[in-house]
Write a protein that binds this ligand. Structure first.
Ligand SMILES: [Fe+2]
Length: 202
């Protein structure tokens, strides 16, 4: 497959998974203003970590997982927390690239879409951002934490909603997790670690 075919497969499988999830569609309809754009590849340690994780297995979204994996060699991996106190252990393992948005193969004026990956046994400390957010688990599972709510263990097909600037965190135990993440409104401001929380990075 050439690069364009790889990205079109990514878009098609992502749209299929998104559009068949009632909660994602309730969060925001799948955009109809999507434009293909050039992306300058950028890799970091986390991309290799994701590509070598054989424990990610999806029952219902295997096509999307495969498409995310294939496209992962051609995309711009993000280092969202570079320069923060989060530490190299987390930076080397937490994976994220944008599929719809800036430095991504596709753009839209109304929505951002990302892939987020965490291997087993990783803690993603408390953070927040102005954009409203919905996570959908594509494969594996994780404990989702948000302020003023009980922790939730989510697995494939389940979602977590984070309100604007609501602190949230995430932890994997035995399984890794791969998620599709949607942002709406105020998506120009990147996430920041939430001050005055205990950063139990392991
Ligand atoms: Fe978030």
């Amino acid at each position: 497959m050439n690069q364009d075919a790889i990205f079109q497969t990514l878009l098609r499988t992502m749209q299929s998974a998104y559009s068949t999830n009632t909660e994602m569609m309730g969060f925001a309809p799948f955009p109809n203003d999507i434009i293909r754009q050039d992306v300058i590849p950028y890799h970091c340690n986390c991309s290799a970590y994701f590509q070598s994780d054989i424990r990610l297995i999806s029952k219902n979204y295997s096509e999307l997982q495969n498409a995310i994996s294939t496209a992962s060699k051609l995309v711009h991996w993000r280092e969202t927390y570079k320069g923060s106190d989060i530490g190299n252990y987390f930076m080397d393992r937490f994976g994220c690239y944008c599929i719809l948005g800036e430095n991504a193969p596709f753009s839209s004026d109304v929505l951002r879409l990302f892939m987020v990956y965490m291997p087993s046994g990783l803690y993603y400390p408390w953070h927040h951002h102005p954009a409203e957010e919905m996570y959908m688990v594509v494969s594996g599972g994780a404990i989702f934490k948000q302020s003023d709510c009980p922790d939730k263990l989510l697995s494939e097909g389940e979602v977590a909603f984070h309100a604007s600037n609501q602190p949230h965190a995430m932890e994997t135990t035995e399984d890794p997790v791969l998620c599709l993440v949607a942002w709406r409104d105020n998506f120009q401001t990147p996430p920041v670690l939430t001050p005055n929380t205990k950063f139990s990075v392991r």
